[in-house]
Design a protein around this ligand. Structure first.
Ligand code: SF4
Length: 319
C-alpha cells in the first residue's frame, strides 16, 4: 500500500543479513537440534535429565490454521510424554484487535516436566556474554508475544506450563559459534497483554470508515489516499523503524506542520501548541499568552538565540 501511495518504505533486512541469519539458524538447529538443546539444558535444564535424543515432530499442514492446529496437537503430545521435544518453527495464533494473527517462533522446546520454552535465534553478536541492549529488548518483546500465544494453548493442556524465561541464541563474539542467554520476559508480557486489551477492534475501525473505502493496493493513488486520510494517524519519528507507512505519514504530518514530526519529547514540551507555525508565532511574540509557561520559555529561547547571533555577528565584524 505504501508503494501504491507513492511512498515505498526502503527499509527491511538486507538480503545479505537474511542469508547470514538463516545460515546461523540452520547451524544452531543442525543434527536434530543437538547444539540448541545443549545450550538450553545448560541454561534452563536444572532438575531434568540431559536431552539425548529429542523428538522433532513434523509440523507441516495446509495453511496457517492447519499448522496452528498441528502445533497445538504436537505440544499436547509432547507434554504428555516425559522426554524432550523440539518444535522447529511451530505456528501459533493470537487474537489482535479481534482478528487472529499467526506467529512463528524460531523454536519451542518442551521439557520433560511439561515446561514450554520459547527459543529465539538472532544473528546479532553476543560479545563477552552481553549483546546490544536495544536488540535484546526487541527480542524480549517479540518473545513475550509468543509466550502469550502459548499460554492460550497451555491453559487447555494438562500439565503444561509456559516458561517466562526465554532462550536467546546468538553468535558468540565475532565467530559463528552459537552461545545463549536467558531473558526474563515477564515485564514485556504484562505490557503487551495490557496493550492488546486496549487495542481498538478492527471491526470498530472499519465501521468508522466512509462507505466504500478500501485499502486495496490495486486502487488508484487518489482512492487509496482518500481512504488512508479517513483513518486518524499519530505519526512520530519512532514510526520510521516500525511501520511501512512511515514515509507517507511523515510527509502528511510535515505538510500539516505538525510538531509530532519533531519527536514525542518535543511534542510533550510544547503543551497546547500543535503546529510549527504556531510555535514560531508564539516565540516571536505574534501569538500566544505570555502567562503560558511554554510561550514564555519559547520567547526566552528566541531572545537568547537573537542575542547569541548578534554577539556572533559582532565578533565576525571585529575580525
Ligand atoms: S502513524 Fe505511524 S504507525 Fe500509524 S500508520 Fe502512520 S507510520 Fe504507521
Amino acid at each position: 500500500m505504501a508503494t501504491a501511495l507513492g511512498s515505498p518504505a526502503p527499509f527491511g533486512q538486507s538480503q545479505f543479513a537474511l542469508v547470514r541469519g538463516n545460515a546461523f539458524e540452520a547451524k544452531v538447529k543442525a543434527g536434530g537440534g543437538t547444539e540448541l538443546l545443549r545450550l538450553l539444558f545448560e541454561r534452563l535444564g536444572a532438575g531434568a535429565d540431559a536431552p539425548g535424543e529429542a523428538v522433532l515432530p513434523d509440523l507441516t499442514a495446509a495453511g496457517p490454521e492447519g499448522r496452528t492446529a498441528r502445533t497445538a496437537l504436537a505440544l499436547r503430545e509432547a507434554t504428555a510424554s516425559d522426554g524432550w521435544t523440539l518444535l522447529d518453527h511451530p505456528m501459533l495464533a493470537l487474537e489482535v484487535a479481534g482478528s487472529p494473527v499467526y506467529l512463528e517462533p524460531d523454536a519451542v522446546v518442551v521439557h520433560p516436566d511439561g515446561t514450554w520454552t520459547v527459543v529465539e535465534i538472532k544473528s546479532f553478536p553476543m560479545i563477552d556474554a552481553s549483546a546490544d541492549a536495544a536488540k535484546v529488548g526487541a527480542a524480549a518483546r517479540q518473545s513475550a508475544v509468543y509466550v502469550l500465544a502459548l499460554e492460550r494453548i497451555a491453559s487447555v493442556t494438562e500439565g503444561a506450563r509456559v516458561g517466562h524465561r526465554v532462550l536467546l541464541v546468538c553468535p558468540k563474539d565475532f565467530s559463528n559459534l552459537p552461545t545463549a542467554s536467558v531473558v526474563d520476559v515477564r515485564k514485556q508480557r504484562a505490557v503487551t497483554r495490557r496493550q492488546l486489551t486496549r487495542l481498538t477492534r478492527i471491526e470498530d475501525i472499519a465501521a468508522a470508515l466512509p462507505e466504500g473505502a478500501t485499502f486495496d493496493p490495486g486502487c488508484t493513488r487518489e482512492e487509496l489516499g482518500t481512504a488512508v486520510e479517513a483513518v486518524p494517524a499519530a505519526y512520530a519519528p519512532e514510526c520510521l523503524a516500525a511501520c511501512e507507512l512511515a514515509f507517507h505519514c511523515r510527509a502528511r504530518s510535515r505538510a500539516e506542520g505538525a510538531v509530532e514530526t519533531l519527536g514525542r519529547g518535543v511534542r510533550g514540551e510544547l503543551g497546547g501548541l500543535t503546529t510549527v507555525a504556531g510555535v514560531l508565532a508564539a516565540a516571536s511574540g505574534k501569538e500566544g499568552d505570555p502567562a503560558d509557561p511554554t510561550v514564555a520559555a519559547l520567547r526566552r529561547a528566541a531572545a537568547l538565540r537573537a542575542e547569541a547571533l548578534e554577539t556572533a555577528d559582532g565578533g565576525a565584524r571585529c575580525r
